[in-house]
Design a binder for this molecule. Structure first.
Ligand code: FAD
Length: 390
């Protein structure tokens, strides 16, 4: 039995690991010749870390995870602390720590864990054909590959998704722009063991420690789409949007390297129920594209992979194409409510954080000033424990 995996991102690489654990041979096809991740870093929450452990890649988290032990919100303008608390109760409650990681490092270690030589680069799928017995991927270079089933982990702009769900899913602009990158740790910006977030005016500036004494930072500003801004204007743009903000924010702006700072207009896609068509399954962003507001996009790709492996394990011997379809259907059934929930939760959080209704955003700022940590930790705990590994 052979699986075709389309895409060598976090979704594709974790799916390959999960299928390998079940003794299934995989051919992995990646569109680009060299993977260049869109963002600088990611927070892999405890549910994602549990999945990495389960998939035999826990050592990557140990090596890359930054020391994020506390969490704080500060007023963006005055810099005063609104709330500050330890994340230990969360770690105790869910049994695993969260790991902020450099995205490029994570991506490359996942590729290495699978074996770079076992990935076919420069293979961009443009068409898919399926019969009851097999599935064939056609690539833009004129080549093709046939397998018993396909895991389409080809990302937010998935080519395979339309074939599976039967319509072209439109990406929805979430109303804000995100700039992100890495800088050296500087305690005048934020403590080196804390996730620090400055909020005001429906904007936010966030700083998280990743390995090797670096901060992952991001700036969010509610803006229209299509502005003429890019890396060449980043310092001027951020200086303007954060004029009058507290000293640590100014210090961060002056520390960033425009050449390595990403500017992304944030989108998501209305959740859909169909993740599987016969012997083709969507996984990761192709199956559910969320805003990053609860840091669960990559975590849910990892969850998808764990569940995919579990479904094969639970089914037992695969003796016919119908068995494969049954396994993929079981995967769809186990995942669709969870991923829909995460996308909608993130959308709700996105609106409150980014001032979709400023009265609600102001009410949230007021709540933060009396927050002791329990409510935020309970929200995080809920998201985490509803994953496949509890
Ligand atoms: P991708 O990473 O997009 O990988 C898809 C792969 O498929 C790519 O390598 C691509 O080149 C390849 N491909 C595309 N088209 C084709 C084709 N036609 N043929 C063959 N190959 C193809 N998630 C978190 O869990 N925590 C966070 O803190 C977090 N922060 C984020 C911050 C930002 C600003 C953004 C934008 C996202 C964030 N996410 C976060 C979400 C996370 O980045 C994604 O959910 C995750 O990368 C999805 O992985 P994937 O493998 O499904 O897709």
């Amino acid at each position: 039995m052979k699986a075709l995996i389309i895409g060598a991102g976090i979704g594709g690489m974790s799916a390959a690991a999960a299928l390998k654990q079940q003794g299934i041979e995989c051919d992995v096809f990646e569109a680009v010749k060299e993977i260049k991740p869109v963002g600088a870093a990611l927070s892999i929450w405890s549910n994602g870390v549990k999945c990495m452990n389960h998939l035999g890649m826990g050592h990557i988290m140990d090596q890359l995870g930054g020391p994020m032990h506390n969490m704080a919100y500060q007023d963006g303008i005055s810099g005063s602390v609104m709330t500050q608390f330890s994340l230990s109760p969360l770690v105790e409650a869910v049994g695993e720590r969260p790991c902020p990681v450099s995205r490029a490092d994570l991506q490359s270690m996942m590729v290495d864990s699978w074996g770079k030589e076992n990935i076919q680069f420069g293979k961009r799928i443009e068409k898919v054909e399926q019969t009851e017995e097999s599935v064939t991927a056609y690539f833009t270079d004129g080549s093709s590959a046939t397998g018993d089933f396909m895991i389409a982990a080809d990302g937010a702009h998935s080519k395979v998704r339309t074939h599976v769900i039967g319509y072209q899913a439109e990406r929805r602009y979430a109303g804000y722009v995100n700039w992100n990158g890495l800088v050296d740790v500087d305690e005048d910006i934020a403590p080196d063991n804390q996730w620090t977030t400055f909020v005001a005016e429906g904007k936010r500036v966030s700083i998280m420690p990743v390995a090797d004494k670096r901060f992952y930072f991001f700036f969010d500003v509610p803006l229209p789409t299509g502005l003429e801004e890019d890396r060449t204007t980043v310092i001027k743009d951020l200086t303007g949007y954060f004029q009058g903000w507290a000293e640590p924010v100014q210090k961060l702006i002056s520390a960033i390297n425009p050449e390595t700072t990403n500017r992304i207009e944030i989108h998501d896609i209305d959740p859909f129920d169909t993740l599987v068509k016969g012997n083709i399954a969507l996984l990761g962003d192709s199956a559910h594209n969320t805003t990053p507001d609860i840091g669960q996009g990559a975590c849910s790709a990892l969850e998808d992979s764990v569940v995919l492996g579990q479904c094969f394990a639970e089914h037992g011997a695969i003796e016919s194409p119908a068995d494969i379809e049954a396994v993929l259907k079981a995967y769809e059934e186990k995942r669709r409510f969870r991923v829909k929930d995460l996308v909608l939760k993130a959308r709700k959080r996105c609106d409150v954080t980014h001032g979709a209704n400023m009265a609600e955003t102001q009410a949230w700022y007021d709540e933060l000033k009396v927050e002791k940590g329990d409510k935020i930790i309970e929200g995080l705990r809920n998201t985490i424990i509803n994953g496949p590994l509890g």
